[in-house]
Design a protein around this ligand. Sequence first.
Ligand code: ASN
Length: 308
Amino acid sequence: MIEERLIEEFVEKDKTKLLTGTRVNTIVRGSMKHFLDEKGFLEINPVIISPISDPLNHPVDDPVLSYYGYKYRLTKSMIFHKQLALIHFEKIYSFSPNIRIEPVERKNTGRHLAEFTQLDLEVRDKGRDFVMGLAEEMLNLTISNVRKVIEPKLLNPLLKEYSMPFRRVRYLDAVSAYGRDFESIMSSEAKEPFWIIDIPLEEREFYDREKEEEKGVLMDMDLIYPNGYGEAISGGEREFSYERILERIAKKGQRKEDYSLLLEASRRGLHPSAGFGIGIERLVRFIVGSKDISDVVLFPKEIGKYVL
Ligand code: ASN
């Protein structure tokens, strides 16, 4: 019986990994919250359902639910709500639960869950360099807080505080040096986290800002963990003007009707901004040094599986 198997698997989970993962998760959230609160950020509550969510740059199953007769979607990222929040506030963050029903091919990556939390932040009138600096400082501080409390033998043996600023590699340079699969090769070779910057337009969503001086290249970035742990963060500067958002939606071959709320807001005036999201469970996995993200999460929504 499927229920029997499910409960059996849950009860038999490795208790040490689970406990360490859960303790690290608590420290990670607390450290990040403290860090951002000190810097004057406001924590906003997560949005779970809305008429509008992140289109993402890869296909996911995207169920529609009926909300008083209106079509709503589950949050895939809070990107648009972050931009809207900046109409009222200057710097915001949220511990945002995201649902991404990923293709089953992502089943064995060890780092995908269909339900996860990202610490998603956005800052008005700031650029990419500012939020990259913030991310580096926050990551190092979080790692140092974990190492103060958790016994080293329970953690990733390669974990340390990393020298700042982290290395930056342009996306196209990474592709010419390592080919299409550069991310996993470079992540495996690296001893320190590094940034992939200037990602081409076709590789990312329409909302990241296109460079003025280099068309087709975006003012965005991904942070990649060392030791093979892969992607940690993605973010960038944003498009905020009505005309440019419209143009970018068209370039992506998307339907402007699906983003009419964003377009309407941009007509009224959105602020220039930059921000990023960092996956909490992935960070816990990296800190603990777990091959499989499911081992450090109490109720992991594993890809392609019937789970609790
Ligand atoms: N949170 C990301 C960002 O701020 C977007 C995402 O998760 N796709 O750019």
